[in-house]
Structures are given as structure tokens and as C-alpha cells.
Design a protein around this ligand. Structure first.
Ligand code: IPE
Ligand code: IPE
Ligand code: MG
Length: 240
């Protein structure tokens, strides 16, 4: 199958003009600084960050979003102190346990991207259970855990090679996000302007929005504003 000029998968025939976003991804950053500003431990910032996630999960359907992808733990976040990594993993355990009924009630289907099978066995088991229990949801919440974009591309390329076709389309079909709509909008909170190894491939023609809000302060209204901003963008895909 000749590809001609490289077209990155579905982007090629996606409509031009922002319109209604189907897939938004967020680099949830600034928990530590939120806590520091208040003289509190970083763990408190992470707890408040979970509350921000909870608010968005409830808003997913009312906002008409098909998919929200959240960067929760990067493959580089293991470099943090053992205490902080433990705090983050324990928060994860607590969150899945406490919020699973909320996912189901809000018609949310959970998806995990990244090298998550390498997490602690009890977390893997909890996630597998949560995936099974939410399988019928109509809105996807994709959580990136032990995720690195370069690693995702390398894994996808290796699978494509085994299948004997190493083209952009063939690699894209093996990405962790292959079953999600194309990424429309990538948001990063906390004022940092970098991707930190998130959705590198998928970001090829995504719109980007960098906001100063620290993640624990992020409210559904911020996402609504971001969606309005997105709707006004002119997407060109190199075409004109
Ligand atoms: C984001 O907040 C949460 C994770 C990366 C898990 P940070 O912990 O990176 O907060 P800052 O960047 O130090 O403020
Ligand atoms: C990116 O934030 C990872 C997550 C939000 C999970 P970081 O805070 O880890 O990124 P850097 O270190 O500022 O690039
Ligand atoms: Mg950070």
C-alpha cells in the first residue's frame, strides 16, 4: 500500500477549522508549586490535583467531549524522591477505589496508556478491574501512567516492524492511543511551555494551549474556556 506523501493518519481527512473538540489532553502540572505557595507538603498538592481530576470526570459528558487524556505519571517521574513516588502511587490506589462508581455513573470508560503493566501488581489488578467495569462507558478518560512518548513510539514501531510494515500509518496503528479520536487540543497547566515527553506523535497537528493556572486550581470552567478557544482556531494541516 503506497502512502504517497506522509499523512499522519486521520489528521489527513479531519475537518479544517477548530469546531467541536473530540479529544483533549492535559499535562496536569503545578501540584508541587500549588502546595509550596501555601507552605504545605507536595503531597497535599497532589491530593488537591486528584480533586481537579474528579471535577473534570463529572464534566466530561455535559461538555460533550468524547475523550480526555490526562498525564498522571511520566516514565521520568520515577526520578522523584521515593516518598513522593509512594505518595503518588497511594493516591492512585485511593482514587481508583473511591471514584470507580463515579466513572460508571458518569458514563466514563477508563483507558490506560503507557507502560502501566510495569506498575505495582496490586495497582495493575485494580486498573484491570476498573477497565472491565467501565468498558461500556461512552466517554473515554485515558490516563497516562508510566507514560513516555518516545517509549510509546518505539514500542509501536517495534510492533509495526514485526508486522512487516514500517510506515507512519502502520506505526500510528500500534500506538497506545490507536483507538482514540485524533488529538485536537493539548493543554498544559502551570505556565511551563514544554511537552515533557507527552503524546509526541499525536501532537503533530494538535492545537496547543499553555495556561498559568496551577493544576489543583483547574476547574471545568477552564476546560470550557479552552474548548471555546479551540473552536476559534484555524487548523491548516499544512494545506494552505
Ligand atoms: C504535576 O505536578 C503532577 C505530577 C507530575 C505527578 P508537579 O508535581 O510536577 O508540580 P510542580 O511542577 O512541582 O509544581
Ligand atoms: C509532566 O510534568 C508529567 C506529568 C504531569 C505527569 P513534570 O512536572 O514531571 O515535567 P517537567 O519535569 O517539569 O518537565
Ligand atoms: Mg511539574
Amino acid at each position: 500500500m503506497g502512502e504517497g506523501p506522509v499523512q499522519t493518519g486521520e489528521h489527513a481527512d479531519a475537518r479544517i477549522g477548530g469546531g467541536h473538540a473530540r479529544h483533549v489532553a492535559i499535562i496536569m502540572d503545578g501540584n508541587g508549586r500549588w502546595a509550596k505557595k501555601r507552605g504545605m507538603p507536595r503531597a497535599v498538592g497532589h491530593q488537591r490535583g486528584v480533586e481537579a481530576v474528579r471535577r473534570l470526570v463529572r464534566g466530561l459528558k455535559p461538555m460533550g467531549l468524547e475523550c480526555l487524556t490526562l498525564y498522571a505519571f511520566s516514565s521520568e517521574n520515577w526520578k522523584r524522591s521515593e516518598d513522593e513516588v509512594d505518595d503518588l502511587m497511594n493516591l492512585m490506589r485511593k482514587f481508583i477505589k473511591s471514584d470507580l462508581p463515579d466513572f460508571v455513573a458518569n458514563d466514563v470508560k477508563l483507558k490506560i496508556i503507557g507502560d502501566w503493566q510495569g506498575l505495582a501488581p496490586d495497582i495493575v489488578a485494580m486498573l484491570e478491574d476498573a477497565l472491565a467495569q467501565t468498558a461500556n462507558g461512552s466517554r473515554t478518560l485515558a490516563v497516562a501512567l508510566n507514560y513516555g512518548g518516545q517509549n510509546e513510539i518505539a514500542r509501536a514501531a517495534a510492533k509495526a516492524a514485526v508486522l512487516g510494515e514500517v510506515t507512519a500509518n502502520a506505526i500510528e496503528a500500534q500506538l497506545d492511543t490507536a483507538d482514540l479520536p485524533p488529538l485536537d487540543l493539548l493543554i498544559r497547566t502551570s505556565g511551563e511551555i514544554r511537552l515533557s515527553n507527552f503524546l509526541l506523535w499525536q501532537a503533530a497537528y494538535a492545537e496547543m494551549l499553555f495556561v498559568d493556572t496551577l493544576w489543583p486550581d483547574f476547574k471545568p470552567e477552564h476546560l470550557t474556556e479552552a474548548l471555546d478557544d479551540f473552536a476559534r482556531r484555524e487548523r491548516r494541516y499544512g494545506g494552505r
